[in-house]
Design a binder for this molecule. Structure first.
Ligand code: SF4
Length: 336
């Protein structure tokens, strides 16, 4: 007699405690769990070490698949249907799109349902009863979306009714208190979990200001958005953007992420920072010479030679002599 195949769940895994526990609760029922996580743009990968989702998947002993935060996510962040949280984070729309993508992937692997770490009442805007319903409906996953942490407080979902999941072994956690989650983590031996909501740049004030300004200027490419968490940002009078590294690590990272059309401003010999000047719009736009000179002056302002009257900075590989910008001059152009 052939053995009945195990049901398959796709678990949205941020690596935080709730999503890790939700996946564990499903795993405990003998269900195969594949973790899905998102990376890129406003969910950056750490420069060193493993991502939280990778650590969580390792602790759980499950496969982890990483899907990209792509241009559709940026378009959603630009025009969310259901508003934003405290900063630029449109959590209802973002969750909806993540769950839709996770389910589309899950169907290629024969998945029966999607499980998330959402907890009823934990976040006033995105995790109330109505929002959970909106996410289920708009993601197109509907009754195949299971919230193991609060399932007993919500209507039974399709996998529960079909007997794939035992509702009795799901949880009834509600609210912002995390005492039950901590106790469960202890019980399951889950250690090393990060703070809730950590890792999303849209919840950070400075990143959000920079992003709002970029959107106002018509900048919404992934290349530019991935630079917003690095360095100091300036808007030059012609509309070009200048990004200036704050330390060697950021200087190197800027050079690694240099978008096409960006001009490298190199004051590292002073010693000082590396900057990238990005044209105001369109891939064929250019950074003009007044932009480059001002960009060189701002980079010089953050060098060890800021008090000198003339210093040498390289613009696109060519040496030019400039007077370092004053504090006022650079402060006026600073974004975020
Ligand atoms: S915190 Fe960030 S990544 Fe998480 S749902 Fe909200 S917007 Fe999306």
């Amino acid at each position: 007699m052939t053995e009945k195949p195990k049901p398959i769940a796709i678990a949205l895994l941020s690596g935080g405690l709730d999503s890790t526990l939700a996946a564990k609760v499903i795993l405990e029922q003998g269900i195969k769990v594949i973790g899905v996580n998102f990376a890129g743009a406003y969910c950056p990968r750490p420069r060193v070490g493993k991502r939280n989702a990778e650590k969580a998947a390792e602790q759980l002993g499950i496969e982890l698949v990483t899907l990209p935060i792509d241009a559709d996510f940026i378009a959603m962040v630009k025009h969310p249907r259901h508003g934003r949280g405290k900063n630029m984070n449109p959590c209802i729309d973002c969750h909806t799109l993540m769950i839709r993508r996770a389910w589309a992937f899950g169907r290629t692997r024969g998945a029966d349902f999607v499980a998330t770490g959402e907890v009823l009442g934990q976040r006033p805007m995105s995790q109330n009863r109505q929002s959970l319903g909106v996410v289920a409906r708009d993601s197109g996953v509907g009754e195949r979306l299971l919230r193991p942490m609060s399932a007993k407080l919500l209507d039974a979902t399709a996998p529960e009714r079909e007997g794939l999941v035992d509702r009795e072994r799901l949880l009834d956690i509600e609210g912002r208190q995390r005492t039950r989650q901590m106790a469960l983590a202890e019980e399951y031996g889950i250690k090393d979990y990060p703070n809730p909501a950590g890792g999303c740049l849209l919840t950070e004030e400075v990143f959000s200001k920079r992003l709002a300004e970029a959107f106002d200027r018509g900048e919404d490419s992934l290349d530019v958005i991935e630079l917003l968490s690095l360095g100091r940002h300036f808007r030059l009078p012609s509309g070009s953007r200048l990004v200036v590294g704050r330390d060697k690590e950021e200087n190197d990272e800027l050079l690694r992420r240099k978008p096409s059309g960006a001009v490298v401003i190199d004051a590292s010999a002073l010693p000082g920072p590396v900057g990238l000047a990005l044209p105001s719009s369109g891939p064929d736009a250019l950074v003009d010479s007044s932009d480059s000179t001002l960009a060189a002056r701002i980079c010089a302002r953050y060098s060890d030679k800021r008090k000198e009257t003339r210093v040498r900075v390289f613009v696109a590989g060519e040496a030019i002599e400039v007077r370092p910008a004053t504090e006022d001059e650079s402060a006026k152009l600073l974004v975020g």
